[in-house]
Design a protein around this ligand. Structure first.
Ligand code: FE2
Length: 364
């Protein structure tokens, strides 16, 4: 087996450009239990933009807003609404990650750079992805600060109640018509990923809409990026709706792993987080479809949690409503009980659920 030329330790963080980072940080804190850990902005001498870093176990989000007009960040927010700008990957050697990927055809976003403060040095480099999205390589082995040089540590003003998010299980891209294979090839050639599975429009379609999807995984399997593109259907699919409102390709959802999805989702619903609902008929023949599971069906039905089985085990999952005004980015909550796949058996029920939402939004 050839050596992994791009060893990735995991997802370092996900940076969202948002219209109001201060309020977004409080939303992710109060609604989802993320702890504010670091800050950069007016309060420590930066006048162009402001970033709040919030964290829950290994999931770290950076929420960034411009502090004045006419900035690239402001333009991003204007075009896309709130959304993911950078998927930052934790590496041991940022310069090497940059060179290896650029040599294989990646377009540089920014050249390798060093940032230092009293806590040490971080090396960063960026390459471009689909749409306006980028990968940032983060080398932090010589750094002990709160997040990155320039950031100061902060603490929550009020209590923070985590909901059990452990790590990012996968992150899904929606790309434009005919672009799926371009980005599958990018991950294969430029990043050294391999393809786990592929779904075509026959696997993922309803009476009205369809999409295609391929799942790419890195060498050690810690990073997984499914890539969707729309397929022809009678009506406008959820991927087309996303592309229309996001203004092109971008990150559709971030799947967060939990060890107790019933507890996590129950708590989120008590906090007023809305999820996609499936009809009660979904649960009527659930056991026939997935076999024995540890959880009580009536509890899953009450919360709207979906179940799917593959040859390795089963998984439980649920999808939130969009996290911002535009019907674009959302969270998936997932608990794996052996299963390594992505809930193919749920696609049809799910897409019909999304179509019902689209109907209400008038965007089907
Ligand atoms: Fe997913």
């Amino acid at each position: 087996m050839s050596q992994d030329f791009l060893p990735l330790n995991g997802t370092d963080h996900v940076e969202l450009y948002v219209s109001n980072a201060k309020q977004a940080a409080y939303f992710y804190q109060s609604a989802f239990g993320f702890e504010p850990v670091a800050y950069k902005g007016l309060n420590n001498g930066f006048q162009d933009f402001e970033s709040y870093v919030v964290q829950q176990d290994k999931v770290r989000l950076v929420l960034t807003s411009p502090l004045k007009g006419g900035t690239a960040i402001g333009k991003h927010v204007d075009t896309h609404g709130d959304g993911v700008k950078n998927i930052a990957l934790w590496v041991d050697d940022a310069e090497k990650a940059f060179q290896e990927t650029v040599n294989r055809g990646a377009e540089p976003d920014f050249l390798p750079m060093e940032l230092s403060d009293a806590f040490g040095t971080v090396k960063l480099a960026g390459i471009k992805l689909y749409g306006d999205t980028s990968h940032v390589f983060v080398e932090r082995k010589n750094y002990s600060g709160a997040f990155l040089p320039g950031y100061i540590p902060i603490r929550a003003k009020g209590p923070v109640h985590p909901v059990g998010f452990k790590y990012i299980d996968h992150m899904v891209a929606n790309v434009d018509w005919g672009q799926m294979n371009t980005w599958v090839e990018f991950y294969a050639k430029v990043m050294g990923f391999t393809q786990l599975i592929s779904f075509d429009d026959k696997d993922i379609s309803t009476e009205y809409t369809a999409l295609m999807s391929k799942v790419m995984s890195n060498g050690n399997g810690r990073i997984k990026f499914p890539i969707n593109e729309p397929a022809e259907g009678k009506k406008r699919s959820q991927v087309e709706e996303y592309l229309m409102f996001y203004g092109g390709s971008g990150v559709q959802h971030i799947a967060l792993a939990t060890d107790d999805i019933i507890e996590t989702v129950g708590e989120l619903q008590r906090r007023g987080i809305d999820f996609l609902t499936v009809p009660s008929t979904y649960y009527e023949d659930l056991i026939e479809r997935v076999g024995h599971i540890d959880e009580e069906i009536n509890i899953l039905a009450k919360l709207g949690i979906l179940v799917d089985r593959d040859e390795d085990g089963y998984l439980l999952q649920i999808f939130s409503q969009p996290l911002q005004s535009r019907p674009t980015l959302f969270f998936e909550i997932i608990q794996r009980k052996g299963a390594t796949s992505f809930g193919k058996g749920n696609f049809k029920a799910l897409f019909e659920a999304i179509e019902r939402e689209q109907m209400v939004r008038g965007t089907l």
